[in-house]
Design a protein around this ligand. Structure first.
Ligand code: ADP
Ligand code: GN1
Ligand code: MG
Length: 371
């Protein structure tokens, strides 16, 4: 089920980065849904074996990989300066790009595929599911802090790497087109899920309306704040580095909050097939509210804080709708590893949305407690 990567040349890419030493192993790595990630190990007579992350960028999704890398270069250099000013370790607390031999932050192979490389962040772990509430709190602090570090970043210098990435209403229209086209003949079997989306069509406008009314400012945000986009120190268990910077763009803070909740506050993994296991855990939610607001250091405005529950619900709904759209369109966007994988993912998200609707008062009360 893995998307073919035949139209690219990994060996050519490896040859063309400024790597040191002899390549001793390479293997596919991680659980990202978008890029093709590899772990490479190099040996060198004068140093210990060292590891790097090599990624083939997904240029069907990121139409302009050079702009993505220009953003990442700008952001990581800026973060490095801030981390040093704050007495941190810039080698561990931000991604560090390894340049290609021609000095560029990417390599374009002879098939036209784009590759990039980062130093592997050693002595870290990455979670697919929350282990303890404390870990989740740590991730909240880090994502909040990440946003605050970038609060003075020149937003106008950032390219919009995916147009309308979290424009939920536009995504709803795309969804309706997919239902109408029904190119795989799958719509008849997912009527319940289609209706679930349609019943909430009006809500897809909620955040943009709040923005137009001045209640929700645009900020530089990460836009893909799931738990496996953050690295934890394996000894201290502190969340030390925010990764996967492809979608750092102007956006809404409540979406960064919300995406973390939909993934990390769930009692099950994103593709769980037994929906009885899927709920939005209010203890985890509360820890995240606490950590995120603390990490944001009081910079969010009150009307924005009040929209945190809505961010959680909309991001979960949007993500479920995106999985369903991809299922209807033949699974061309998110990597799948089994038949119906995107439908399973969609169902967990909708189960979470429903659960949030039932727990709405509690979700709002928790937010008020930390204002
Ligand atoms: P995707 O966009 O496909 O999600 P990511 O950039 O998030 O790709 O990378 C996929 C996974 O690879 C991450 O979840 C993480 O486990 C691992 N990873 C990525 N970059 C690094 C790095 N610099 N050091 C250690 N692990 C990394
Ligand atoms: C993708 O890249 P990754 O796997 O961290 C997706 C997110 C979705 C997420 C769902 C660029 O994130 O928007 O919320 O899958 N990233 C992109 O798990 O579309
Ligand atoms: Mg990722």
């Amino acid at each position: 089920m893995e998307r073919e990567i035949a139209c690219s040349n990994k060996d050519e890419a490896i040859e063309n980065f400024q790597f040191t030493g002899r390549l001793v192993s390479e293997e596919p790595y991680g659980n990202g849904h978008i890029n093709d990630t590899f772990l490479l190990v190099f040996s060198h007579p004068d140093m210990e074996n060292h590891r790097v992350i090599l990624q083939r960028m997904n240029d069907e999704i990121f139409k302009n990989p050079e702009e993505v890398m220009a953003n990442i270069q700008g952001i990581t250099s800026y973060l490095k300066k801030k981390i040093i000013e704050n007495g941190g370790n810039p080698n561990r607390e931000t991604l560090n790009i390894i340049r290609a031999k021609d000095g560029k932050p990417f390599y374009k192979d002879s098939f036209g595929s784009y590759w990039r490389a980062y130093f592997f962040i050693e002595n870290t772990i990455c979670f697919e599911q929350v282990d303890t509430p404390q870990d989740f709190y740590e991730s909240a602090l880090a994502f909040g802090h990440f946003q605050m570090l970038l609060s003075d970043y020149p937003a106008e210098s950032l390219y919009e790497t995916i147009v309308g990435f979290h424009d939920t209403e536009a995504r709803y229209h795309t969804f309706e087109k997919a239902v109408e086209a029904d190119i795989c003949g799958r719509a008849a079997d997912v009527q319940k899920e289609i209706q679930f989306v349609r019943d909430r069509a009006e809500e897809t406008k909620a955040l943009f309306t709040a923005h137009e009314e001045g209640r929700l400012p645009l900020r530089v945000t990460h836009n893909d704040t799931k738990l496996n986009n953050i690295m934890f120190d394996d000894v201290t268990k502190k969340a030390i580095c925010v990764i996967d910077l492809d979608t750092v763009m102007p956006g809404f803070a409540v979406n960064d909050f919300g995406d973390s909740i939909r993934f990390g506050a769930s009692t099950a993994v994103e593709d769980e097939q037994d929906l009885s296991k899927v709920q939005c855990d209010m203890e985890l939610y509360e820890r995240y509210v606490e950590g995120f607001l603390e990490g944001c250091e009081g910079k969010l405005i009150p009307s924005e804080v009040a929209l945190l529950p809505m961010g959680a619900k909309i991001m979960t709904f949007e993500c479920g709708m995106r999985f369903l759209t991809d299922y209807l369109e033949g699974d061309h966007y998110f990597k799948i590893h089994r038949e119906g994988h995107n439908l399973d993912r969609c169902r967990t998200q909708f189960k979470l949305v429903q659960d949030m609707e039932e727990k709405w008062d509690t979700m709002e009360k928790i937010v008020k407690k930390y204002c």
